[in-house]
Design a protein around this ligand. Structure first.
Ligand code: HDL
Ligand code: ZN
Length: 426
């Protein structure tokens, strides 16, 4: 009995190691976008997850301002010393740096950051990028591309080259930034879109009329013709209130969904990030909140022909999201986002999703901000999900079902991109 079990776990583990994965959400950029593409040891060490962790151990006299005034190398040295040498790198983000260096064949046990930096300095990005994709076994990664970022918009308007392994996503959080609507509207009007505003109680808000909606829709369609996105995407706080928040609801109903239907693209919603909870930490200072997913169910019900990709940040929202994934065929759930991208939660979420959805979900996305993170984020995920799937196939066998190696490979590919691509094509 034991060796049959071992056989199964070896087979599942091998399949996880061999499956080519589609990374449906990252913050990577093409090398032609210059410094926008982050890579190398100092970017890995100053990942905002590690910056937040540094301040859990740093002395009180290390103020945020003092840290932000340091050079990238000084920040990296401090994080290396504090989180890797003075304390065990046991957090997921710290262990990930070690995994990345180790999988690149670097001698991590010597803890010699200088020689690691020297190795990276000899890498040529145009050769290094495909090498990272090969080690991580990723066929392509979806980026995060904002038409509201003038620097990035310029690269797109100048047709900067984009390798096939990177695909765009049109990121439109700004359309919901009603605190700063005046500058958001300006960004669109300067590009020739007659988006109108109104003032209510001293606050500049979108003018919710047909002209504004059709101009926002035209903005989305034109930008989609330029960058050819895989999907539209926006992140929301835990206060996401479709159906209650009037401007949010009407911009989705009358501009985003019509543009998405016209182009046959899904709209990805990432819900639960409480931004600027600790402003001193900048993008490391975001926390999490439980959203009211009834609002999401209303969106799904109101637009049965539109496709929605959703991930939520709160562990407390995961079960309800998975149930929505069962009940609404126009919803595809994806990833263990950000604070859920940890072995203990990935394990729980993936078990829950397999038990409620079979393979009709996307188990993970890397959210990689630094190119080399693809290596560790996917290595760690493969290990965790290999254990989960071994248990599930064992349960299936005990129920009286047999399955081939090819069928295991089919199911594994489905939860790592196959179901996502089938959803896009449906
Ligand atoms: O809004 C998002 O896409 C988030 O993923 C944020 O970029 C966040 O900073 C992040 O990188 N999480 O992993
Ligand atoms: Zn992200």
């Amino acid at each position: 009995m034991r060796n049959v079990e071992d056989q199964l776990s070896l087979e599942v583990h091998r399949t996880l190691q061999e499956v080519t994965i589609t990374d449906v959400h990252t913050h990577l950029f093409p090398p032609s976008f210059g410094k926008a593409l982050l890579w190398g040891p100092d970017e890995l060490l100053t990942y905002h997850y590690l910056i937040a962790e540094l301040f859990t151990v740093a002395k009180w006299d290390l103020t945020y301002d003092k840290f932000w005034s340091m050079t990238k190398v000084q920040q990296a040295d401090l994080i290396w010393e504090q989180l890797f040498i003075n304390h065990g790198p046991l957090s997921e983000a710290a262990r990930g740096v070690i995994t990345t260096f180790h999988k690149l064949g670097l001698e991590t046990k010597k803890r010699d950051l200088a020689s690691i930096r020297k190795w990276f300095a000899q890498q040529k990005l145009d050769e290094y990028l495909p090498k990272v994709f090969e080690i991580a076994k990723i066929d392509y990664a979806v980026m995060t591309n904002s038409p509201f970022n003038p620097k990035e918009a310029k690269y797109w308007q100048e047709h900067a080259p984009v390798p096939d392994c990177l695909k765009p996503a049109l990121r439109i959080d700004s359309l919901f930034d009603f605190e700063n609507w005046e500058s958001v509207a300006d960004a669109m009007t300067t590009q020739g879109y007659d988006v109108r505003s109104t003032t209510e109680g001293g606050q500049v808000l979108p003018q919710l009329d047909g002209k504004t909606f059709s101009e926002i829709r035209r903005f989305l369609v034109d930008w989609s013709k330029t960058i050819k996105p895989v999907y539209f995407a926006a992140s929301f706080g835990p206060d996401f209130a479709y159906g209650k928040n009037k401007p949010l609801t009407e911009i989705i109903d009358h501009a985003i969904v019509p543009a998405a239907l016209e182009l046959g693209l899904p709209f990805a919603l990432m819900i639960g990030a409480r931004r600027l909870a600790n402003p001193g930490l900048r993008n490391a200072g975001v926390t999490v909140g439980t959203a009211d997913l009834y609002c999401l169910s209303e969106l799904l019900r109101n637009h049965p022909h539109a496709k929605f990709l959703v991930t939520v940040l709160a562990r407390t929202n995961q079960h309800e999201l998975t149930v929505l994934g069962r009940v609404f065929r126009n919803l595809h759930i994806f990833g263990c986002w950000w604070y859920c991208n940890n072995p203990s939660i990935i394990d729980e979420m993936t078990r829950q999703r397999l038990e409620l959805l079979g393979t009709s979900f996307t188990a993970q996305h890397s959210d990689a901000r630094v190119l080399d993170q693809l290596i560790y984020k996917w290595d760690h995920t493969r290990e965790i999900i290999s254990k989960v799937l071994t248990d599930k196939y064992r349960d299936l066998r005990e129920a009286g079902w047999e399955f081939s190696k090819d069928e295991i490979a089919r199911d594994v590919r489905n939860i790592f991109g196959g179901s996502f691509e089938a959803f896009l094509k449906r």
